[in-house]
Design a protein around this ligand. Structure first.
Ligand SMILES: NC(=O)CC[C@H](N)C(=O)O
Length: 353
C-alpha cells in the first residue's frame, strides 16, 4: 500500500511515497534545473503550481535560508524521484506536501507530450487515489486565478537601501529577492510597492526607474501593473522581468499566450538578435509574448524562437523573459541590471510630434 497518490488530468493516478503529508492541487509543471531547489521552492512565480524536479536527487547540499528567494515555500506541492530528509523536513514544517519514489522521467515525458496538466495530490497515512482525484476535481486553471497577485505581493511599501545612487520603484507581482539585491548591489535603492499600487504611490517615491517584477499566473490578471506602465511610458525608464516582460508587452498593444509546458530550467539558450551572441539563461514561465506590439524583439530563444528580450530605445524600455538575476543558474545575463540603470542617465526622450 502506498501512502501518496498524484491524480493527473489525463485520468492516470500514480503511486508515490509521502515525504511531507497533506492534500492539495495545482498546475503540474517541471524544472530541469539540477541545482537551486531552495531558490525554486521559494520563488513566488510557482504559486498555485506543483513543481516536479526532473533531476533525480533533490536536497543533496542541504537547506539554507540565505538561499531563499522569499519568506515562504510557494509551489503547492513538490515532486521528485528522491528528496533528502532535509528537504522533506523543511517541506513538512512548511505544510507543503512532498512526494517521491515515483518515475519522474515518465511524468515529465507526459507533461512534455500533453502540456502542463492540472493535478491533485493526497499524501500521508490516510491517502487514497480517490482523495487525490477529489483534489484534482477542484483544481482551477492558472488563468482562472484572477487574484493571484494579492497572495504574493508585499502588503506595504518597503525600502531596500542600496546606496542611493539610483531609485527604483519595483512593482511587486511576486518578486524574487535576488532582483532586489541585484539592484542594491549596483547602487540602487529599491522601493518595493504592492502590485495594486496607484500612480500617486509611484510618484511619492520619485523613482528613476519603474520596474515590473516576475510573478505567478497569467499576465492578463495584472491590469493595474499594466496601466502603471501605460501611465509612466516616456516619463520614466521601464524594465520588466518574466511576468514583467509580459505585462509591459501587453501595455504596448502586444499579446501573450499560454505555452504547452513552458520553460523551466537553467540552460535555456538565448540569442541576441543584433550581435548573434548566445547566452545561457535561467527560466521559469508558462506564458510567452506572442506579439511584441509596438516594442522591438531584441533577444530570442534558440530552441523555439520565442521572444526573450523586448525594447524601445526611444522610450527607454527594456525587458527580459528569462531571469537575469539567475538564482539558481548561470550568471551570463547579470549585465541586464547595469543596462536598466544605464537608461537613467540617457535623459528624457525627445517626443516626436
Ligand atoms: N517567472 C515568472 O515571472 C513567470 C511569469 C508567468 N507567471 C508565466 O508563467 O509565464
Amino acid at each position: 500500500m502506498s501512502d501518496a497518490y498524484i491524480a493527473l488530468e489525463d485520468g492516470s493516478v500514480i503511486e508515490a511515497r509521502c515525504r511531507a503529508p497533506g492534500r492539495t492541487r495545482g498546475e503540474l509543471v517541471f524544472t530541469t534545473a539540477y541545482t537551486g531547489y531552495e531558490e525554486s521552492l521559494t520563488d513566488p512565480s510557482y504559486e498555485e503550481q506543483v513543481l516536479t524536479f526532473s533531476y533525480p536527487l533533490i536536497g543533496n547540499y542541504g537547506v539554507r535560508e540565505e538561499r531563499f528567494e522569499s519568506d515562504r515555500v510557494h509551489p503547492r506541492a513538490a515532486v521528485a524521484r528522491e528528496f533528502t530528509d532535509d528537504v522533506a523536513a523543511w517541506l513538512s514544517e512548511a505544510g507543503v506536501p512532498a512526494i517521491d519514489h515515483l518515475d519522474t522521467r515518465e511524468l515529465v515525458t507526459s507533461i512534455r507530450e500533453r502540456g502542463a496538466m492540472k493535478c491533485g495530490i493526497a499524501a500521508g497515512e490516510d491517502a487514497t487515489p480517490e482523495a487525490a482525484k477529489a483534489e484534482l476535481a477542484e483544481c482551477k486553471s492558472m488563468s482562472d486565478h484572477i487574484d493571484i497577485g494579492k497572495r504574493v505581493t508585499t502588503v506595504e511599501h518597503t525600502l531596500y537601501e542600496g546606496g542611493g545612487e539610483y531609485s527604483v520603484a519595483l512593482i511587486d507581482c511576486g518578486a524574487k529577492g535576488s532582483i532586489i539585491s541585484s539592484l542594491n548591489e549596483r547602487g540602487a535603492d529599491v522601493h518595493v510597492l504592492p502590485y495594486d499600487a496607484s500612480e500617486a504611490d509611484v510618484q511619492t517615491v520619485d523613482p528613476d526607474v519603474l520596474f515590473i517584477s516576475n510573478g505567478p499566473g497569467d499576465p492578463v490578471n495584472f491590469p493595474n501593473a499594466q496601466s502603471l506602465v501605460e501611465t509612466f511610458t516616456g516619463e520614466l525608464p521601464i524594465a520588466g522581468i518574466c511576468l514583467g516582460q509580459q505585462i509591459v508587452a501587453r501595455a504596448f498593444n502586444g499579446e501573450t499566450e499560454k505555452m504547452a509546458f513552458g520553460h523551466r530550467g537553467v540552460n535555456q539558450p538565448v540569442k541576441d538578435v543584433q550581435t548573434g551572441q548566445v547566452i545561457m539563461t535561467t527560466q521559469n514561465h508558462g506564458y510567452t509574448v506572442s506579439d511584441p506590439g509596438d516594442l522591438d524583439v531584441t533577444q530570442v530563444n534558440v530552441n523555439d524562437d520565442t521572444a526573450e528580450g523586448l525594447a524601445s530605445d526611444d522610450l527607454r524600455i527594456i525587458t527580459r523573459q528569462y531571469h537575469p538575476e539567475a538564482n539558481p543558474g548561470p550568471h551570463d545575463s547579470l549585465g541586464f541590471f547595469d543596462d536598466v540603470l544605464g537608461l537613467v542617465n540617457k535623459g528624457t526622450p525627445v517626443t516626436a510630434d
